[in-house]
Design a protein around this ligand. Structure first.
Ligand code: FAD
Length: 531
């Protein structure tokens, strides 16, 4: 197979133009190209007068690939062996009970998918409801403010990612092909095939809501089982090994393996694991506000005249804020919605979401300031949870139960906003103007302001007076890390901390890949149940 990199084409090019270009750079006719596959498509918008797509292509030709590459003498063209991802089963130990995976977010779901496919017949335990049922609860919450603590934006089938922008990019290195495997599994269950090559793939909450149940159906067909509205409330440890888990304070399931894919919001479960002396530590994360701008302003900044021809633009900004704190954008949602993403009574947290089309009027992202365990009260592993809860309680109080908002200009002057400026907020959930300037301690407040000012120099209008802030962004990553060793197990054998909640991932893709790694770790030790 031949790989061609750096294939540049105008933003308005056709499929035919791409094929012509491939044949041109390979110096062969179109008929001699047996097949080709786009493996990467990125938009180069560094020079605003010359915005273009850059492709990486893999092609099979009717002539000898190695000889062709030698003849071409082009550094962007090389011969490549295809190396598909392989799930290896080398374990010899016998399992006495089905493995249990706690959590059906990306980490748990992909772990279950791989284990089910290899004959391990996993049981997936999920405290929330199926996507369909969960959507009803979330819609009711956004409309009337009635929160179901077990079925919300954080909890339920698909985990925290179900109501999301569905960004599928990750910075995790992928020498084993896990990243590609995740994207292929998504496309096999209804996601658009473009995600396999776009540099910044995204599928939106609407497509995720169809893909996740399709994956569940396949896991069930392969011998897996799902228990919804079933919360793991305790664990039993025998001779330093996990031996059973308790569901809803009532029943126990015996098991040799528990994959802990519980996400970053399972605070009661963190507490239970801490009480059971599972080794863990507090970890750094970041806090701040969701910030909204008109999408048109971002498009013009990023693409100038070409904006009309391109999809809604994204951005990524980072700065060194005052007081030595990092300030950066996170989970940017072009054409997105600010959502009430709370999961606990009388505590309020926000996040961002979008549909596949990304067609709302506003761009939003979390602008967040790094915090470390030094910022937390006390030094227990759960001190970060306490810190988050306090912020979320204040946010709830400031907005009297609704999402508290403030215009950036008023936030700077520490005065309440009375109305929106030249554009309005696009929000899922009720909103109320409130004193967000009182939410954080002074140095975090000042770091945030210094970050916004610097971003205003990078993206014109970013620090405009009527930019809309919503609070509070407190669930940017897990406040704890649950320790695991090289075999992916905790000091308690058979317990596999996994995904974002355990502190090993941040985002849908990295959580899914960590789920696959946990499945590989199980398969390297144990034989399948259904050999
Ligand atoms: P989670 O997805 O949090 O899943 C954990 C699951 O475990 C939950 O379903 C929970 O109900 C269940 N659970 C917890 N405790 C128990 C228990 N004791 N018993 C039974 N079940 C339990 N990331 C991106 O990469 N791109 C995005 O565009 C993006 N947008 C987001 C938008 C929103 C609104 C939110 C909230 C998050 C977004 N994220 C995004 C982050 C992403 O969703 C998470 O990084 C990812 O879901 C983490 O996966 P996970 O499987 O580790 O945990």
């Amino acid at each position: 197979m031949i790989q061609i990199q750096q294939l540049k084409l105008p933003i308005t090019h056709s499929k035919e133009a791409l094929e012509t270009k491939i044949s041109k750079v390979l110096h062969i006719s179109k008929e001699q190209i047996l097949s080709y596959r786009i493996t990467k498509q990125s938009l180069d918008a560094r020079k605003k007068q010359d915005i273009h797509y850059v492709y990486t292509i893999e092609a099979d030709t009717a002539i000898d690939d190695t000889a062709l590459v030698k003849r071409l003498h082009n550094d962007s063209i090389r011969y490549m062996e295809r190396k598909p991802y392989q799930f290896l089963i080398s374990g010899t130990k016998k399992l006495h009970h089905q493995p249990v995976i706690v959590g059906s977010g990306p980490a748990g779901l992909f772990c279950a998918y791989m284990l089910a496919g290899a004959g391990y017949a996993p049981i997936v335990l999920e405290r929330g409801k199926t996507v369909d049922e969960r959507q009803k609860d979330v819609t009711l919450f956004w409309k009337d403010g009635i929160l179901d603590p077990s079925s919300n934006v954080q909890f339920g089938e698909g985990g925290a990612g179900t109501f999301s922008d569905g960004k599928l990019n990750t910075l995790v290195k992928d020498t084993f092909g896990r990243n590609r495997k995740v994207l292929e599994i998504f496309t096999a269950h209804g996601a658009p095939k473009e995600i396999c090559y776009e540099a910044k793939p995204h599928i939106g909450t609407d497509i995720l809501a169809k893909v996740i149940p399709a994956m569940r159906q396949e896991i069930i067909c392969l011998g897996g089982k799902f228990l919804f509205e079933s919360c793991m409330t305790d664990i039993r440890i025998t001779d330093n090994r996990i031996s059973a888990i308790e569901i809803d304070h009532k029943t126990w399931i015996e098991t040799d393996i528990v994959v802990l894919a519980i996400g970053h919001s399972a605070r009661d479960t963190f507490q239970m694991l801490y009480d059971r002396k599972i080794p863990m530590e507090a970890k750094s994360f970041a806090v701040g506000f969701r910030v909204e701008h008109p999408q048109e302003m971002i498009n013009k900044n990023q693409y100038k005249e070409a904006a009309a021809l391109l999809p809604p633009a994204a951005y990524k900004v980072t700065a060194k804020g005052l007081h030595d704190r990092g300030v950066y954008s996170f989970c940017m949602c072009p054409g997105g919605y600010v959502v009430n993403a709370s999961s606990e009574e009388k505590r309020l947290a926000v996040n961002g979401m979008s549909y596949y089309k990304r067609d709302s009027a506003n761009a939003n992202s979390a602008i967040i300031v790094s915090v470390t365990p030094d910022d937390f009260e006390g030094d227990t592993p759960l001190a970060g949870v306490k810190f988050q809860r306090k912020l979320e309680e204040t946010a709830y109080r400031i907005g009297d139960g609704a999402i508290p908002q403030q215009l950036y200009g008023d936030f700077k002057r520490r005065q309440l906003s009375a109305s929106y400026g030249s554009f309005s907020s696009v929000t899922c959930g009720n909103t109320a103007f409130g004193a967000l300037h009182d939410l954080f301690k002074q140095d975090i407040y000042e770091s945030f302001l210094s970050g916004m000012e610097q971003f205003g120099r990078k993206i014109s209008g970013f620090d405009r007076e009527d930019a809309i802030l919503s609070g509070v962004e407190s669930r940017t990553s897990s406040p704890v890390r649950i320790h695991r060793d090289d075999t992916f197990q905790s000091a308690i054998k058979g317990l596999y901390p996994c995904g974002e909640g355990a502190g090993y991932a941040g985002g849908i893709m990295s959580a899914a890949m960590d789920g696959i790694k946990a499945a590989e770790a199980v398969a390297s030790f144990y034989q399948p149940m259904m050999d």
